[in-house]
Design a binder for this molecule. Sequence first.
Ligand SMILES: N[C@@H](CCC(=O)N[C@@H](CS)C(=O)NCC(=O)O)C(=O)O
Length: 227
Amino acid sequence: MVSVSPFCCKLDLYLKSTNVDYEIQYSNFKGKAPRGTKPHVVSVEGTRLGDTTQIIRHLVERGGIDLDVDLDQQQKALTHGLKCLVENHLFYLGMHYRFRTKEGDKSMQQSAYVTLKGPAKSAAKIYKKKATDKRLRGVGMQHWTDAELEIAFKEDLRTISTWLGSNTYFHGDSLTTADCILWGVMSQLYFDPAFADLGFVKWMESDVPNLVRYAQMIRAKFYPESA
Ligand SMILES: N[C@@H](CCC(=O)N[C@@H](CS)C(=O)NCC(=O)O)C(=O)O
C-alpha cells in the first residue's frame, strides 16, 4: 500500500483518479505539516496545505476535477455521514488496533518502522502509543474494554456495508470522494496483516463480503502493482 495512514491513502486515490501530477515524499515525522497531521501537500508555488478535506476542496476550487459534481443532495449528505463515521470514529478504532495491540505492533515493525533502527525505533513506538492514548482520550474511547471496541468496530463496518449494498462504487457506477474516504480505511483494514492476525479479515469475508469485494476491486484497478 502507499502508506500506513488511511488519510494518505485517501488523498492518493483522489490525486490519482483526478490526474493530478504529484510526487510522494515519505517521512516518519510531521515536519512542516501546517495542520500538524499527515498528509500535507506542497503546491508548485510552494504553498503548504494540510488536512485531506481542505486539500481536496482547495484543488477543486482551483479548477481541479470535482468527483462529486453529479451527486444529488442526498448522496452528498451520505458522503458527509460516511466521512464522519470513517474519520471521526472508525479511524480511532483502527488506531487502537494498530498501536495498542501486539498484532498491530508486529505489523508496524514490518512496515512503517522498518526504516528506523535502535533508539529511533523505540522512540517512535513510545511516541505513537502515547499519541494514540491521547487521541483516544479525546474521543472518549481510551478506557473502552476490548469487547466494547470490537462491537463498535464491527458496527461501523456493518453500517458501511449496508450503505454500499451491491454498488460497484459507493454511490453507484462512478468513483466519487466517498470512495477515496472508504478506500483510505479499507486499504488498512483489509490489507494490513494486523487485521488478519486479529481475526477481522476472516470476519469481514463472512459478514461484510461486499466491502471485501470493494477493497479488492479498488486495489486491482488503481494499485495493480500491489495486487
Ligand atoms: N483530518 C485530517 C486527519 C489526518 C490525521 O489524523 N493523520 C494522522 C496520520 S493517519 C496524523 O498525522 N496523526 C498525527 C501523528 O501521526 O503524529 C485529514 O483529513 O488529513
